[in-house]
Design a protein. Sequence first.
Length: 496
Amino acid sequence: MGSKGCPCVNAIDTLASLSERHCELPNGEIGIRLTISDHQCVPFSYGSSQCLQHDLIYDPGCDVDRAGKRVIEEYCVRPWCYVDVAMCKSESHERVFRSPDFPRNSAVDLYYSYTTCNSTADDWLEAEKGMDYAGDHPFGGVSIDAAIPMYVYPMMYKRDSNEEVLITTGDEFHNDNIPYEGIYINHAKNIQELSRGDIQNITFTHKSQVSSLLHPQSSFTASIQDIEDGLVDMAVGPFWVTGKRLSMTSFTIPVVLDKTYLVIPRPGTQDKFSDQIKKVLAPFTPGLWILLVGIIFCTALLSVWFTDRSAEAMNQNQNDRRMSLQGNIAKKRRRKRAYARLVLDSCLQKGLFFCSAGVEQDENASLPSKLLLFGFGFFILISVSAYVANLAAFLTLSTIDSVSSMEGAVAAGMTICAHPAVKVELEIAWPDAKFYFELDDFYVMLEHFDSGICPVMAIGYEDTILDLVFLAKLCERDLVYSDSVVAEIPLGETIK
């Protein structure tokens, strides 16, 4: 019974071996005493082999006859069973918990699951908060299970069959027979040696798959979930001490304050030709540039029309023969192609006038044409004066890509890639900032930088300064740590 990747197991022999806990059942048979409720004696088949309402059947606190008018706890009707924790962690997404009846120093490893029985553990977890379990001491020759959240070279990693360092997790991550290496692994082993037998053994294991479903944005928070669920005693790695994580487990005194810096493109390397073009156009808004082009176009059309009217007036003073000849020419000129060419020629001419800040004088032009050019010349005077007055200020400005401070990034409305584990802390410190939180992988942040999602990033210095591969990728992209501190987050070690 149970799901395919997390089946129920038979724990009868395990329970029967605990002779110091033997007790007599109401029917006279031998059972085992648990601590779920006072004076509870259950048969050895309790929790074994199949999904049943074990508490409703055996727990005196869930006895309907004894309850009388009292409403029994909701956990009493939830089916569950003992499971194989190693199989459930690696081959399923079922949520598994260590039995509080058998702490780690009891030499009994029993784990249970409600979800494998298509049930929920929420009611039991709530009821468990008010119960007291004796004998669960962290030391005294204890063996410790420690979860590894992910690979972070050179802090914690594995090697492949060719002895090459692995920096991304694969199937081997869930194989505990392949040993972990790294600075934090050696640190944990040193603590074991210094304990002088107080810690008998530290077993390094992977985080469970279901914790990754509960916390998809952070592998580190997922491993802390395994601590809260009782699957492991601690998690190894550089853990930010955040409010959310403190609500799930305890931490040591902070080892160091990790300063999160703004990572930016190297200042001065982003002044491309396109950036200079933008500066030249910056004195006027896009709407104003469209208005200028529209005025030049309208001036060109009016110029063609006035010139055409003037030519028609002159034709009327010629002799009949010439009128006939000029009439034929006028008809040809009125053709669409001819007018289009005249309009294009006039647009180029008026555009040249605007760019050269002047107009061409024509003594033989008609009065309407002269008035039109006078107005256009005055328009050029006002426009060029305003443009030149502002151009110098914009040419001396740095491009937006060379922002070097968090204040500048916020003011520019830039998207800032950041770690989701410190989302609350960053949003409190910078409420107006435009952060982008996705996964807890700094390498994914680099991919977002490459795709243009985030022109800058907020990255923990202590968390990455030893990752030589990551630092090399920063150099490839000409990215640097600025001196702008985004936040200061304490780093600590998890404890149960």
